[in-house]
Design a protein around this ligand. Structure first.
Ligand SMILES: [Zn+2]
Length: 218
């Protein structure tokens, strides 16, 4: 089961204190989805590990907030201008906190892969909680698509290009862009034919399944 404790920290952005949750144990016995989310039995860690400062909106994973250096002035300015007004009436649900973290990663100029991964977490969190409306979840998926596509354009391509190509297809499918989804699934199938990694044929099978008779869970 997933268990967690709480700790009070000072926000690295505004300095005010607030409480964060830290995982003390988890498991991977939960659902696995075709957009590569690995769930836990019981509480979902993804809804627990993200934290948002109720004063300024600065958001990150709890364990990184604990040890974070003070936020640089240029980022602090953006957080105060764009996120702080959004927490005036309370912090958003976990998916929205992940979206804040993704926005901050983007402002920081973090690598496309890291930004994409954080938007994907926002989408996963949205899917795991009824508190985030479907259109918001779709918006997070579209952001993840944008940044995964950029990451895939790198030369040389990332090591995990095959599974990411599949994932872009699946994210397109989940936001209702069937043609793009099909194109990306086909690309993954073609890539798999030339890939030497041991799970290449499994990924190709998954891409075929999601193209022809899609499922939500693995
Ligand atoms: Zn703060």
């Amino acid at each position: 089961m997933t268990t967690f404790g709480t700790e009070t920290i000072n926000c690295p952005c505004c300095g005010e204190s607030f409480e964060i949750q830290l995982l003390t144990s988890t498991n991977t016995f939960g659902v696995r989805t075709t957009d590569l989310y690995v769930g836990a039995g019981g509480f979902q860690p993804i809804l627990i590990v993200i934290a948002c400062c109720p004063t300024c909106g600065y958001s990150s994973e709890g364990y990184t907030l604990r040890e974070a250096d003070p936020v640089e002035p240029a980022i602090k300015e953006k957080v105060f201008a764009e996120l702080k007004p959004q927490v005036a009436d309370g912090v958003p649900p976990p998916a929205g906190q992940w979206a804040f973290a993704a926005q901050i990663a983007e402002w920081r100029g973090e690598p496309d892969m890291a930004v994409a991964d954080t938007w994907l977490r926002a989408a996963w969190a949205a899917a795991q909680s009824a508190r985030t409306p479907p259109e918001q979840e779709a918006a997070y998926r579209r952001q993840a698509i944008t940044f995964f596509q950029r990451a895939l354009q790198a030369d040389p391509p990332p090591d995990n290009a095959l599974i990411l190509t599949y994932l872009v297809g699946e994210l397109y499918r989940r936001v209702g862009h069937t043609e793009q989804a099909e194109a990306w699934f086909n690309e993954a199938i073609t890539m798999a034919e030339h890939a030497s990694q041991p799970d290449a044929s499994q990924i190709a099978d998954l891409a075929r399944q999601q193209r022809d008779a899609p499922k939500e869970t693995l």
